[in-house]
Structures are given as structure tokens and as C-alpha cells.
Design a protein around this ligand. Structure first.
Ligand SMILES: [Zn+2]
Length: 299
């Protein structure tokens, strides 16, 4: 199992097969198949100090047959086909909790406790359920939409419209800005005490990602940057971001904080970061990877 590295997605998505109903049903009834259940954007996990995801089989859902028709195919990992299902009814969710001795929990609160493989799958299941719940009606004509292609398309049921909707993520940039032997980190008020991270924000329509990096750093900290270089990406499905990670070099060091965005920002040396365990963000985050790569460069 991969630990603390959400940056590579290991699922084989079989996107060319998802429109073939019999292929999908065959995968669902495969002896290895596993189903992730979602209820009110929460995911089913056991309620222990070291929680693990609870994966179901079609048998667990046999009494709620309509759920099998709204099953979302996520992909195959090591010969196990994974599906997601959203339990809309409180009663079905309560029955399932009783049956499995588990509870529906907020995935973000478990992010430092769960295995990386579980987080990847649960985050995808949660995102797909969220996307379906947001796209029940056509944004163009207001008619109901219906699930197709094993959950990867919704189509408007108005014969004169038939608009197609596809799941998509919002591009966001995140950047490690350095200046000589220091790097620029900021913190939001809601974060745990002492935690700092790299500067991040959403890409605006019509903007290149490089321009978005420079704009976000300038807006949030007043620092001008150059030499913007792409490093890694990471889906961050809380609820629907695709994080594009960069490094950049500061052209000046004076900081003017946008207090609407950040509570604090500052320049940190490698020793300052290494000597305060509160500073680093979640180990599974791309911010953690960008910061630790910069820390290691100084060794
Ligand atoms: Zn429509």
C-alpha cells in the first residue's frame, strides 16, 4: 500500500468500456468487486482509533435493488473492480451501519489516519456522489437528468434538449516560492495552530496557470515572482479541485498580507520549518510534497 502520497492515481478506469452495460454488470458481479457507500457526503468507515474504509459487496445492498441501477463504476485496482453508491435514504444508511458495525464519517477529518489507497478511492466516490447530487436537473432547460455510462455522464431527459453533463474538476494552483535560503508560507485562520502552507488559489477563466500562480502570490502576499516551474499535480476532491503544483523564485521579499485570505504569511528558513513540527501541512497533500522537496534540496 502507498503511504502518504496521493500524487499518483493507481486506478485503471476502463473509460472505453463504461458505456457497455453488460461489461459493467459483469464487473459488479465479479467475486472481487467492492462498493464504497456515501451518505450526505460522508463515507462508511469503521469507528476505531485507526479507521479503515468499509467496502461492501453487492450482497450488502441486495435489499435496495434500485441502488444497483445507480451504481458508479470507479475503476479496477489490482483485479478488484470498485464502485460507488450514494444512499439517499436515512433508513438505508442506518441499516447499513447496523449491518456492518460502521459509521458514515467526514473523510477530511480522517485524512491523516486512513491508508492512502483508501483516501484515493473514498475521495473519488465522495466526489462522484457530490457531482451527481448537484446535476440532477439540466442547467439549460430545467428538466431531470439521468445517469449513463456507469455514472460518468448525465443526460437531460427533455427530448428537445438532451444536454450531456460530464464530471469535471476545478483547476487550482499551489506554489512554493523561494528567495535565497527561505521560502514563503502562509496560514489561514481555520487551520490548526502553527500550521503554514504554500500559497494556493483557483485559476480564473481565460487565464494561464502560470499567470494564475503569479496573480495568487501577489494578491495574497504582495510578492512578485519569476521562474514559475511546474512540478506535480494532485486531485484534491474536497470538493472538486485539481491542484497544479509549481515552484517559483521571488523578485522581492516585502510581504503585504491580504487579510481576507490569510491570517499570516512569512519567510521561513529550512531550520525553522524542521524545528517546529506544527508547521507542515497534511502529509498526503501536494503542499507537503513541495515543501519537503525544498527542505531536502538544502541537505
Ligand atoms: Zn435540458
Amino acid at each position: 500500500m502507498k503511504k502518504n502520497n496521493l500524487l499518483s492515481n493507481s486506478l485503471d478506469r476502463f473509460s472505453l468500456h463504461r458505456g457497455d452495460k453488460s461489461w459493467v454488470i459483469d464487473k459488479l458481479h465479479n467475486k472481487n468487486s467492492r462498493i464504497i457507500s456515501v451518505h450526505n457526503s460522508k463515507v462508511l468507515c469503521d469507528n476505531t482509533k485507526q479507521p479503515k474504509a468499509v467496502y461492501l459487496t453487492p450482497k450488502n445492498l441486495a435489499q435496495t435493488k434500485e441502488l444497483l441501477d445507480s451504481m458508479i463504476f470507479l475503476g479496477v485496482y489490482e483485479e478488484t473492480p470498485y464502485f460507488a453508491v450514494d444512499l439517499h435514504s436515512d433508513e438505508s444508511a442506518a441499516n447499513l451501519c447496523q449491518q456492518t458495525n460502521a459509521v458514515f464519517q467526514d473523510l477530511k477529518s480522517l485524512i491523516s489516519l486512513l491508508d492512502c489507497h483508501d483516501i484515493e478511492l473514498l475521495a473519488l466516490a465522495r466526489f462522484m456522489s457530490y457531482w451527481h447530487s448537484k446535476n440532477q436537473y439540466c442547467g439549460k432547460c430545467g428538466h431531470k437528468t439521468k445517469i449513463f455510462e456507469a455514472g460518468h455522464v448525465r443526460i437531460c431527459q427533455n427530448e428537445r434538449c438532451k444536454e450531456h453533463y460530464f464530471p469535471s474538476m476545478d483547476p487550482a494552483v499551489i506554489v512554493l516560492v523561494s528567495s535565497k535560503e527561505r521560502c514563503l508560507l502562509g496560514r489561514k485562520k481555520i487551520w490548526s495552530e502553527g500550521m503554514y502552507s504554500t500559497i494556493a488559489g483557483f485559476v480564473e477563466p481565460g487565464e494561464t496557470v502560470e499567470d494564475a500562480v503569479a496573480r495568487e502570490v501577489w494578491e495574497e502576499t504582495g510578492v512578485h515572482i519569476e521562474k514559475v516551474a511546474y512540478q506535480h499535480s494532485q486531485p484534491w476532491l474536497f470538493p472538486s479541485s485539481l491542484m497544479l503544483g509549481f515552484t517559483a523564485i521571488a523578485k522581492d521579499e516585502e510581504i503585504t498580507i491580504d487579510k481576507n485570505e490569510l491570517e499570516d504569511a512569512g519567510w521561513f528558513t529550512r531550520n525553522e520549518i524542521k524545528s517546529d513540527p506544527r508547521i507542515l501541512p497534511y502529509k498526503v497533500s501536494i503542499a507537503y510534497k513541495l515543501i519537503t522537496e525544498w527542505l531536502n534540496k538544502g541537505d
